[in-house]
Design a protein around this ligand. Structure first.
Ligand code: BGC
Length: 744
């Protein structure tokens, strides 16, 4: 009997969520029929569907499925039903295989690919580093489900989301797209973000695999790190993110890793991802990241080709097939993986459609996420929340009279709902402001106060105005973008001088930072309070106002360390920056003309971010995990259970006067290095206390044994610390752990 007849007769789709045994029976039937056996791993209904479809495909159809293209350049033109974004892949409608319609990305349905088209708008979710700073998995999942639903309702079935590269280089221009510097936090939250997106039957990626740590020279550099530290840091974030999120696709990175490009890195794609982690989805390339028909190295699909170049997975793959250096079985393997993910996420059974979107409801979700991830860094003399006695407020800078910088630049940029109220040209793109003015939001929230605005371009004028106000809110803004790193951690355009002048004129000055990542604060001792609002998205102005007025009690905690100076960093200058600088002449993927390949090494190894600060004893400006509240919390009664399944329990109490949420963090010392091993986020009323427990994933307390290819928890006594951040511990204990070996 033919394979498709067997599979078809079993109506495999109906078995998707049913008993494995049924599927196994089907697979057994396939074997009995003597047809090509499926790979040796456990089979499920998705594999069976993929196999049945694959068998009916022609070679041309298969080759279409392994090559993505630019929808705006398609010839002949694509029909109106195919949503146009970052890319598309031709489907096989006769077999129920949909076109893949791809859009960026993690902070909303990006709509820049076809240029800035006024009517083409989407809800701007706050930046991913803000999502990470919520430490709140359900909230991250909800926010991401919202953008996934928008993608679906705009006709897309793939969202190029799930950026989980560790933010180990604070000057990286894309940190705003990533989940911070810790593998457990980043992997966990990225996993939930992916889950949120895919709950709409919209496939998510996880990207950029791996060690895409900077933008400077991203397409030519080699990121070099030994396997052990790599497994314990950046790869661990992917490992956890994939386990939780089950993304349909992994996007390989532009850069080389230890000398081999990400998209032809058989070690990463075949050995780590598939052999060790058992990943069953497919690998798609980043746009323009392919250098050959590298299907045997583990790449399944090339993205972003044009009809003119046809890509390496176009004409070159055909040539390789003809020459026999690639076989149809190689192509089948990739097609099978792509089909599998299509079925696993339900793209075939839940086609996206152009539907009306409730932008108001979605704006509220974006605002709620922003309110959860804004971090109160400093609050001297309880300057915040704004006291009822405050009558005159001066807001300075950030174009806060018209809107708020909604996000960073590059492929992820979202043209916000309502259209950008302000567009300012920037190197490599433009800054877009959403219609969410902090000034207007403060006026609404505080009808009895007079709120005025100064644009901050003249520090003296701003300082004079500041002197006359009861309270000053000054915005410090830093635009970051894909393709470019920032040259240093200073706020650009003399804003530091302006903020220093304003804060010196009035100690009741609140600095609100709207930045892609950490910045230096030479004016910190003069400022009364500081809020890190990251890029707060569609309704960032309202979210900031609600935190300032106390309608929201801040609960965000930094997902990145804020250094006190660049000298504290493992690489005091960005590798390669001297060759790129702020050159504006760059190729399509951001590479400055004449830049030569180079290597990036990582003195910190697995000890990125706070771990490096801990190891070197350097005191950051603000530690990872830091975040104040308008109430206070205390911790007591730390009890630890060791053995093979470590668990830490303790009591958190709200000892202040307001309801609030706390993020208590548990760290362990592994071979002397500090590691986040868990956290507990709890909402508590004043006077309320709760006992919480943190179960530790043994991998975060293990070393990776490269020779044995497994995680090794050494038997012994480990120091455990519970704290409000990665700096000073509040509670300490020792725990005795058994020796353990865990397969990745
Ligand atoms: C970026 C990816 C993005 C892709 C498609 C690339 O330049 O690195 O993150 O998904 O473009 O727009």
């Amino acid at each position: 009997m033919k394979l498709e007849a067997i599979a078809g007769s079993m109506k495999v789709r109906e078995y998707r969520h049913r008993n494995r045994l049924v599927v196994s029976a089907c697979v057994a039937a396939l074997y009995a029929a003597g047809v090509a056996p499926l790979p040796a791993m456990a089979q499920d209904a998705d594999d069976v569907w993929a196999e049945s479809v694959l068998k009916q495909m022609t070679l041309d159809e298969k080759l279409d499925l392994v090559r993505g293209s630019n929808p705006f350049a398609a010839k002949p033109k694509l029909s109106r039903d195919v949503a146009k974004g970052a890319g598309y892949v031709k489907g096989v409608p006769r077999l129920g295989v949909p076109y893949l319609t791809e859009s960026d990305a993690s902070v909303g349905v990006a709509n820049m690919m076809g240029g800035l088209r006024p009517g083409d708008v989407a809800t701007a979710l706050p930046s991913t580093v803000l999502l990470a700073s919520t430490w709140n998995a359900p909230l991250v999942e909800r926010g991401s489900a919202m953008i996934g639903a928008e993608a679906r309702d705009k006709g897309f079935n793939v969202l190029l989301a799930g950026g989980v590269n560790l933010a180990r280089e604070p000057r990286n221009g894309r940190n705003f797209e990533y989940f911070g510097e810790d593998p457990l936090l980043a992997g966990t939250l990225a996993g939930h973000a992916i889950r949120g997106v895919q709950s709409n039957h919209v496939m998510s990626t996880i990207k950029h695999f791996a060690l895409n740590t900077q933008e400077t020279g991203r397409t030519i550099l080699s990121a070099d790190m030994e396997e052990g530290p790599l497994r314990e840091s950046d790869l661990l974030a992917f490992e956890i993110g994939i386990e939780i999120g089950q993304p349909g696709s992994v996007m390989c990175a532009y850069n080389k890793i230890n000398g081999t490009f990400g998209c032809e890195n058989s070690f990463l794609l075949n050995d780590v991802l598939r052999r060790d982690w058992g990943y069953k989805g497919f690998v798609m390339s980043d746009w323009g990241a392919v250098h050959g028909p590298s299907i045997r190295a583990g790449l399944d699909q090339e993205s972003g080709t044009t009809p003119a170049d046809a890509g390496y997975f176009g004409s070159q793959l055909r040539t390789a097939l003809a020459a026999g250096t690639v076989t149809e079985a190689d192509v089948d393997r990739s097609v099978r993986r792509i089909l599998r993910s299509i079925h696993a996420v339900g793209l075939d059974t839940h086609p996206p459609a152009h539907r009306d979107i409730d932008y108001d409801a979605n704006g509220r979700v974006a605002q709620e996420v922003a309110e959860g991830g804004i971090v109160l860094l400093k609050n001297a003399r309880n300057l915040l929340p704004i006291a009822a006695s405050v009558r005159t407020i001066l807001v300075v800078g950030g174009h806060a009279d018209v809107g708020i910088l909604a996000g960073g630049g590059g492929s992820s940029q979202v043209n916000p709902v309502g259209g950008a109220v302000l567009k300012i040209p920037a190197a490599f793109g433009r800054k877009l402001y959403s219609n969410s003015s902090p000034v207007a939001a403060l006026r609404n929230a505080l009808p009895k106060a007079t709120v005025s605005f100064d644009d901050g371009t003249d520090p003296q004028r701003a300082a004079d105005a500041a002197r006359k106000a009861d309270l000053v809110v000054v915005i410090g803004e830093q635009f970051t973008t894909e393709t470019m790193d920032v040259k240093d951690l200073n706020l650009p355009d003399n804003q530091n001088d302006m903020i220093a002048a304003v804060a010196a004129a009035n100690p009741a000055t609140v600095v609100v930072l709207v930045t892609g990542g950490p910045v230096l604060m030479p004016w910190l001792d003069k400022a009364g309070a500081v809020l890190e609002a990251w890029y707060p998205g569609q309704r960032g102005g309202e979210a900031i106002a609600r935190v300032l007025t106390g309608a929201v009690n801040p609960s965000g905690h930094l997902a990145m360390t804020f250094p006190a100076s660049e000298r504290q960093l493992p690489n005091p200058t960005i590798p390669g920056y001297e060759m790129a600088g702020e050159t504006v002449q760059r190729d399509l993927y951001g590479l400055p003309k004449d830049m030569k390949p180079f290597s990036v090494t990582y003195p910190e190894g697995a000890n990125a971010g706070y771990r490096w600060f801990d190891k070197t004893g350097a005191k950051p400006l603000f530690p990872f995990g830091h975040g104040l509240s308008y109430t206070r919390f205390s911790y007591k009664n730390l009890r630890v259970t060791g053995g093979a399944t470590p668990r830490m329990s303790f009591t958190i109490a709200n000892t202040g006067k307001r309801p609030g949420a706390d993020v208590a963090q548990v760290y362990a010392r592994v071979d002397g290095a500090k590691r986040l091993v868990g956290w507990s986020r709890v909402d508590l009323k004043p006077g309320e206390s709760r006992q919480v427990s943190v179960d530790v994933d043994p991998r975060v307390i293990a070393r990776f044994d490269v020779a044995a290819r497994n995680w090794h928890v050494a038997e012994g006594t480990y120091d455990i610390e519970v704290g409000e951040d990665a700096g000073q511990p509040v509670l300490k204990a020792k725990v005795r752990l058994d020796e353990q070996r865990i397969k990745p």
